[in-house]
Design a protein around this ligand. Structure first.
Ligand SMILES: NC(=O)c1ccc[n+]([C@@H]2O[C@H](COP(=O)([O-])OP(=O)(O)OC[C@H]3O[C@@H](n4cnc5c(N)ncnc54)[C@H](OP(=O)(O)O)[C@@H]3O)[C@@H](O)[C@H]2O)c1
Length: 282
């Protein structure tokens, strides 16, 4: 990922200095015009903005203290796009601020191949002035989205987006199992039926459900929860077809529990109360 980010900066015409623990892996970037630093401190000292992208968040702080690196940080902006947790982001932001530098945490919503292309997005949180001052540099990677001053917002929203993605993958895998169990062509089913269906459902259902989660008013407009759980049609047919309900069952059980709790007339959006109760339980 670091190679893709540096290559995007070079392609956008920026002056780039690179450091990688295994130096030879930066050879391709040097051939494209990057300057090679022989230490993290030298790389940090070369530019106003320092992009950090390594495997583990826990290794970032030691890297930024390596042999004079911490002294070199003063007055610079650190943009750390290494994946971590909100708590790790807040801790590192404090440490970097203590060294006289601004901190932005970044969540890359892209694979290396699409860095620099319009569909790539990077989420940022932390020092707003630094984001605005260096926006043009950051836009070389992807569409840049600033989420707020709390450095933990980028990793939290990154993980929320991945959660949505894995939910969709889970739905796809169960659907694929059902279609295959009946001898169907999963590719045709997916492109001709499933993707258009999911697009319609996402556009027509998610904004209203999101508003319900925000307001706490889960009144059903069309399909109430009691109707949706009146028959375990997906479970029954899956079992009959030899398809495991392991992916679908957790959501199904929560929907049933919500009805048993007296919310059958409400919408499926109210299931969020079983995942994250708005009010702490007594
Ligand atoms: N790849 C993706 O699709 C993707 C997407 C979104 C976010 N990310 C995030 O981007 C980050 C990097 O991922 P990647 O795909 O580039 O992983 P990768 O291909 O495994 O590369 C890891 C990089 O981290 C360096 N590194 C590891 N430990 C280090 C340490 N202790 N000190 C200094 N350098 C160290 C490695 O250096 P060496 O070359 O010396 O081993 C290498 O440059 C991760 O946080 C990942 O979650 C990746």
């Amino acid at each position: 990922m670091g190679t893709a980010l540096a290559a995007a900066l070079l392609a956008a015409g920026h002056r780039v200095t690179v450091w990688n623990r295994t130096a030879r892996k930066a050879d391709g970037l040097v051939e494209k015009g990057a300057r090679r630093a022989t230490s993290p401190a030298e790389a940090i000292g070369a530019s106003d903005i320092v992009i950090v992208c390594i495997l583990d968040y826990a290794d970032v702080a030691p890297l930024l203290s390596d042999d004079g690196a911490d002294a070199a940080l003063k007055g610079r902006v650190v943009v750390n796009v290494t994946n971590g947790s909100p708590a790790e982001a807040r801790e590192l932001a404090e440490r970097v601020a203590g060294l006289g530098a601004d901190y932005l945490d970044g969540g890359i919503m892209a694979v290396p191949d699409i860095i620099g292309q319009p569909q790539a997005v990077v989420l940022y949180s932390g020092a707003k002035d630094a984001f605005e001052a260096h926006r043009e540099v950051l836009d070389a990677f992807a569409g840049s989205v600033y989420l707020g001053a709390d450095p933990g917002l980028a990793p939290l929203n990154d993980l929320a987006l991945l959660s949505g993605m894995y939910g969709m993958f889970g739905g796809f895998l169960h659907a694929a199992g059902l279609v295959r169990s009946a001898g169907g062509n999963v590719t045709a089913f997916t492109t001709e039926l499933l993707i258009p269906w999911l697009r319609v459902m996402a556009d027509s259902q998610l904004p209203a459900m999101a508003a319900q989660v925000d307001s706490g008013d889960y009144g059903a407009t069309g399909s109430h929860l009691a109707m949706q759980v009146s028959h375990d049609a997906i479970g029954d047919v899956s079992r009959a077809q030899g398809v495991s309900t392991d992916l679908f069952a957790p959501l199904w059980e929560l929907m049933k529990r919500r009805v048993a709790d007296g919310h059958g007339a409400e919408s499926v959006g109210g299931v969020v109360e079983l995942v994250h109760p708005r009010e702490p339980r007594a």
